[in-house]
Write a protein that binds this ligand. Structure first.
Ligand code: C2O
Ligand code: CU
Ligand code: CU
Length: 539
């Protein structure tokens, strides 16, 4: 039996200070507040959040061509380290035809430029902040030393606003001082060793309290790690490998992105207005920054590397031909790279921050035909995601090997040196609505989880509503869901697990790589900003 580790003293102090009622394991918390897991399960809604309505006319679907974010060229190489430079700045883009939308961007585009790296070949990225607010960059899914992981108070201050120092924006009465924060002026170098499995990662802003609106305004980009073994598998490649970043947005009458921030300057007061406290959804679906785009394809296999970069929207993806046939989604990879063997789906759920690597075979669709990528959880216009138009017959020498990878960790329950429980649920935070982990809102100064480098642990997570739970630094495997076996799309190595309303899940991981201060949090970006984050210290 694994020894049970309990860091209750830290938490008990925090609870007393914040007058939060109810302490104990995840199930105890739910019982104390009258929400039973089975009641939540019975009501299980298909989404968590509220949808904003755009105030401009929306284009018809499948007219705008799918953009592919440009791949960033290194500014130089020295000592085997590729050096990249990214300027964070305001820019204007024509997202909806004829509508000009101001954005916050990496290098002037949304999504930002894609970085393509090789496993084990380190890179540095120099970020320069020319935005009107502090920023901090996190490489999601990266196995990154703590100093470059983008801790939410490790801010890069913009010109002329060096006052923000190490105070976060909880409003004048609630300033939190984080003595460990490393704050720089204007620029910061982030170092990524990339000693990790090849995978689709993404980089995004991670500023304390303001991550959700910053991503919403455009601060997100892709990062693809590759290696020779994966290149040699014969998977669809080149033009037939498409990264797809899914986001939803809403547009105000003046063309700006609508967002219900309490403080539209995104400087002082975090959080969003009622009724968006559970998450902000938009009524326009963007793929790589384009509304309901269309892409011309060969009648051949394509590899789609799909990221849900939406703040709160969940997808249940389905691929449908115009004559009503459903095509298989052959999943070859998860958040942290290739599966051991392919898994065939008809319907593929995708929570915020999750990635699925899938192969779709268009060879059975007649030339001139159309195939739609549909979100079964959407309604009306948000049911459509994008379309593929089959442009021509083509030869196809790609393949999907029966064995994709042999290096997945095989941690067993009995390997774990401890088990921890965490509840993810709604509660009060500083007198307001908040989202809490084990009854507590995020505090950079508190110690939540401390573990030793190399330890294997089982974490039992339980949710009230949808909570996609993400761990920094490590990938994990999903051991169980709701007391039963994992779902078919839970295979492989994950860094985000989607808990559905009332659901519990067990994950197992080894805290490996680097020592230092990391995080785990809900990746519903509004929940994350409203408290649902905790410290993960590896010693
Ligand atoms: Cu994608 Cu802590 O984040
Ligand atoms: Cu992350
Ligand atoms: Cu959440």
């Amino acid at each position: 039996m694994p020894e049970r580790y309990d860091d209750r003293p830290d938490r008990a102090r925090g609870v007393a200070r914040r007058r939060v009622l109810g302490i104990g394991g995840a199930l105890g918390l739910m019982a104390a507040t009258g929400l039973s897991a089975s009641a939540a399960l019975a009501r299980r809604p298909s989404f968590t959040g509220a949808e904003l309505r755009s105030a401009v006319p929306l284009p018809p679907p499948f007219q705008v061509p799918l953009p592919i974010p440009s791949v960033l060229a290194p500014a130089g190489t020295s000592g085997g380290v590729d050096r990249y430079e990214i300027t964070q700045r305001e820019a204007t883009a024509e997202i909806l035809p004829g509508v000009r939308t101001p954005l916050w961007t990496y290098e002037g585009t949304f999504p930002g430029p894609t970085i393509e790296s090789r496993r084990g070949r380190p890179i540095t990225v120099t970020h320069r902040n020319e935005l009107p607010v502090p920023t901090v960059v996190h490489l999601h899914g990266g196995r990154t030393p703590a100093a470059s992981d983008g801790y939410p108070t490790d801010l890069v201050l913009p010109e002329g606003r060096h006052d923000a120092a190490t105070h976060t924006g909880h409003g004048s009465t609630h300033d939190m001082h984080d003595p460990r924060a490393v704050v720089t002026k204007l620029t910061r170098d982030y170092t990524f060793p990339l000693d990790q499995r090849p995978a689709l990662l993404w980089y995004h802003d991670h500023r304390m309290d303001f991550t959700a609106p910053a991503i919403w305004r455009g601060l997100a980009g892709l990062h693809i790690v590759r290696d020779d073994a994966e290149d040699n598998l014969g998977l669809p490649a080149g033009r037939r490998e498409l990264p797809l970043m899914l986001t939803d947005r809403a547009f105000a009458a003046d063309g700006t992105l609508a967002y219900p921030a309490l403080d539209p300057t995104l400087r002082e007061r975090p959080g969003v207005r009622d009724p968006y406290l559970a998450g902000v959804l938009g009524d326009v679906i963007l793929v790589n920054g384009a509304p309901w785009p269309v892409h011309e394809v060969d009648a051949a296999r394509y590899r789609l590397r799909i990221l849900n970069a939406s703040n709160a929207r969940h997808y249940e993806l389905e691929v449908v031909t115009d004559d009503g046939r459903r095509l298989d989604l052959v999943q070859i990879g998860a958040d942290q790279g290739l599966l051991a063997t392919p898994v065939t789906h008809r319907l593929l759920p995708l929570a915020p921050a999750e990635r699925h690597d899938v192969v779709i075979d268009f060879s059975g669709v007649p030339v001139g035909g159309r195939v739609r990528l549909v979100n079964r959880l959407g309604s009306g216009r948000t049911r459509d995601v994008m379309a593929f138009r089959i442009a021509r017959k083509a030869t196809d020498d790609s393949r999907i090997p029966r064995i994709l990878s042999t290096d997945l960790p095989t941690w067993r329950r009995s390997d774990a040196v401890r088990v921890r429980d965490f509840s993810f649920r709604t509660g009060r935070m500083r007198g307001d609505h908040g989202w809490l982990i084990d009854g507590l809102p995020f505090d950079p100064a508190r110690s939540d989880v401390t573990t030793r480098l190399g330890d294997i642990e089982v974490w039992r997570l339980i949710a009230d509503v949808h909570h996609p739970v993400h761990l920094h630094l490590v990938g994990f495997r999903i051991l169980s869901r709701g007391g039963g076996p994992p779902l078919p799309h839970d295979a492989g190595l994950k860094d985000t697990v989607s808990l559905r309303p009332g659901e519990s899940a067990e994950i197992i991981t080894r805290f490996d790589g680097y020592r230092g201060r990391y995080l785990f949090h809900c990746h519903n970006a509004e929940h994350e900003d409203m408290g649902m984050m905790a410290n993960l210290e590896i010693i």
